[in-house]
Ligand binder design. Structure first.
Ligand SMILES: C[S@@+](CC[C@H](N)C(=O)[O-])C[C@H]1O[C@@H](n2cnc3c(N)ncnc32)[C@H](O)[C@@H]1O
Length: 297
C-alpha cells in the first residue's frame, strides 16, 4: 500500500491514503460533527488506478462495514451523517445504519439527463442519500439556512383561509427529501476531471443544515474535495481523505493549499469548447487524463 500523507492547514486537512488506515491514524474518535460519505458504488467506474468493482456483493458490503464502523466512531454525540450509495446497495446501508443511528431522512437526489439512459427499462435518474443522527434528541439542523422557494400558494398569492386569521401562504420552506440539483457538467465552473464529482449546491445544503461555523466535517472518499471546498467557503473545518494522487492534486489546488506538487505546477483544467477533428474537448480531456467516463449506475 502507498504511504499516507497528511497535508493542509489548521482548518483544512487533506489526507492522501486509504480511508481505513487514515481514519485509524489521523481522525480521533468523537471529534467529527458531520460525516459526508460518497464511497465507490461497486458499479464499475474507474477512479484513476482504483477499479470500483468488488468480486461479490458480500465483499463490497464487508468493506463498507469496515469504513462505516470507523466513521461512526468518529462522530460526536451530537453528530450527523449523510451516506450516499448506489440505488441497489442502499437497502444494505439502510439496514446497517438503522441499528446504529437514527435515520431521519431518505433523500433522493434527482437530476435530468439529455442522454438516453436505457431503452429496455427505466433509466436511473437519481441517487439515494441517507441522513442519520447519533442522537435524535440532540443534533444540529439549521432549517432557516437552507430554505427554498415554496412554489405553491405563495407564487399564486393565495391566502390560507384554514388559519384562524386568514394568512398568505409562506413563500419559503425547508426542502423536502427530493432534491432536484443538476449534475456537474463540463461547462460548469466547478467541473473537475473525475467520474463522479458531486455538485457544490448539494454539499452546501448538507453542510449548512447539519453543521455550524467552526464545526468539523469529515469526507473519507473526497474525490475532487467538493466537501472540503464547500466546508472551507462556509467557515467549517474539514478532513478529506482520498486514495488517488491525481485527485489529491485537484483537491490541493481547489482548496488553495498548494500551487505545485512534486515539481509539477497544479493548474486548473484548460477547458476549450471547440471540436477538433470531430472530437469534443471533454472527450479529448478525458482521454488525455486517463479518466474514464463509464456508464452511470
Ligand atoms: C464517488 S467518488 C467521490 C466523489 C466526491 N464526492 C466529489 O465530489 O468529487 C469516490 C472516491 O473515493 C476514492 N476511493 C476509492 N477507494 C478509496 C479508499 N480505500 N480510500 C480513500 N479513497 C478511496 C476514489 O478514488 C474516488 O475519488
Amino acid at each position: 500500500m502507498k504511504a499516507m500523507e497528511q497535508l493542509g492547514d489548521d482548518s483544512t486537512t487533506v489526507i492522501w491514503g486509504d480511508a481505513l488506515s487514515a481514519l485509524d491514524v489521523h481522525v480521533p474518535d468523537r471529534s467529527v460533527d458531520l460525516l459526508f460519505a460518497d464511497p465507490p458504488y461497486n458499479i464499475g467506474k474507474r477512479f484513476g488506478n482504483t477499479r470500483d468493482r468488488w468480486p461479490t456483493d458480500e465483499a463490497y458490503f464487508g468493506w463498507c462495514r469496515e469504513w462505516l464502523t470507523r466513521c461512526l466512531a468518529k462522530l460526536k454525540p451530537t453528530g450527523s451523517a449523510y451516506i450516499m450509495a448506489s440505488t441497489q446497495s442502499m437497502p444494505y446501508f439502510d439496514l446497517f445504519l438503522r441499528d446504529r443511528l437514527t435515520i431521519l431522512s431518505r433523500i433522493v437526489w434527482s437530476y435530468d439527463s439529455s442522454g438516453v439512459q436505457a431503452r429496455r427499462y427505466f433509466g436511473s435518474m437519481y441517487e439515494p442519500i441517507l441522513f442519520a443522527v447519533v442522537d435524535a434528541k440532540s443534533y444540529t439542523f439549521n432549517a432557516d439556512a437552507i430554505k427554498v422557494q415554496a412554489r405553491t400558494g405563495a407564487v399564486r398569492k393565495l391566502i390560507d383561509y384554514r388559519k384562524a386569521v386568514p394568512t398568505p401562504y409562506n413563500d419559503e420552506k425547508v426542502p423536502g427529501n427530493v432534491w432536484s440539483i443538476p449534475r456537474v457538467r463540463y461547462r460548469m465552473d466547478e467541473y473537475e476531471e473525475h467520474p463522479s464529482q458531486k455538485p457544490e449546491t448539494l454539499l452546501e445544503r448538507v453542510i449548512k443544515a447539519s453543521s455550524n461555523p467552526g464545526d468539523t466535517v469529515l469526507d473519507p472518499f473526497s474525490g475532487t474535495f467538493t466537501t472540503s471546498a464547500v466546508a472551507k467557503r462556509l467557515g467549517r473545518k474539514s478532513i478529506g481523505i482520498e486514495l488517488e494522487e491525481q485527485f489529491v492534486k485537484i483537491g490541493l489546488r481547489r482548496l488553495g493549499l498548494a500551487h505545485e506538487w512534486r515539481g509539477e505546477a497544479l493548474k486548473p483544467l484548460d477547458k476549450t469548447y471547440e471540436r477538433r477533428n470531430g472530437v469534443s474537448a471533454r472527450a479529448r480531456g478525458a482521454k488525455q487524463s486517463g479518466v474514464l467516463f463509464e456508464a452511470a449506475q
